[in-house]
Design a protein around this ligand. Structure first.
Ligand SMILES: [Zn+2]
Length: 226
């Protein structure tokens, strides 16, 4: 199955340069694990960033080292390049609601940070994934026929489908799809026959906009805060 929704090249560049929040890095990184095309793009960007910085490194080094020392150092740098160690990492599994999910590499490496699952409204479950600097992303599990009430957010919301399928007003999203939602847009994610496990990051709490779910607003911070 082809992944059809990817992070933009600007975001991939920021990710490769280490210029995104820890929460965004984990969502983009997990997409990159799942997506061959973006993995290639990130590799190309990293190589370019490396080459751009190389002249500086060589200049500094050549003033302080012999040629042999310099060559040895450069060889060590290239051997440790990220591109060479992308594959063959162990996967970890996650059990929830009688289902067993395989976590992509980035998530598997951060599985010790995944907190307790708690049931939100209806058929929605959430587990926080807390990063070192207090940054947080969330695993959200939607059982079949679940619906997140219509909402907007003050911040940017990035959602990655880890397993399954969900729909909103605009499209259908499946394994590996990365969706970046503009703060001004409202949306109503829902599942149909199939369940869906996603990883989502959000800068600010949800703001519910429709009907009775407006009453949830005082609790909206429960969705995206520990
Ligand atoms: Zn991609």
């Amino acid at each position: 199955m082809m992944i059809k929704s990817h992070p933009g090249e600007g975001l991939l560049y920021q990710y490769a340069a280490g210029d995104v929040s820890a929460a965004m890095a984990i969502v983009v990184g997990t997409h990159v694990d799942m997506c061959k095309a973006c993995r290639r793009t990130v590799c190309d960007i990293e190589q370019k960033l490396c080459e751009d910085n190389l002249d500086t490194i060589v200049n500094v080094a050549s003033n302080a080292m012999t040629k042999a020392q310099c060559d040895q150092m450069l060889e060590a740098i290239f051997e440790s390049s990220v591109c060479s160690k992308l594959e063959n990492e162990p996967n970890e599994t996650l059990y929830l609601e009688g289902r067993c999910f395989t976590l992509p590499r980035t998530l598997a490496h951060n599985s010790h940070r995944i907190g307790e699952w708690s049931k939100l409204v209806g058929k929605l479950w959430r587990a926080p994934l807390t990063l070192d600097n207090g940054n947080q992303t969330n695993l959200i599990y939607m059982a079949p026929s679940a619906k997140v009430p219509e909402h907007t957010h003050k911040g940017q919301e990035a959602t990655l489908v880890l397993d399954g399928v969900f729909n909103d007003e605009r499209d259908e999203y499946r394994d590996g799809d990365f969706v970046l939602l503009d703060p001004s847009k409202t949306h109503t994610p829902e599942t149909r026959e199939q369940d869906c496990l996603t990883l989502a990051t959000l800068d600010d709490p949800l703001h519910f906009t429709s009907g009775i779910s407006r009453l949830l607003n005082p609790f909206s911070s429960l969705f995206f805060r520990a």
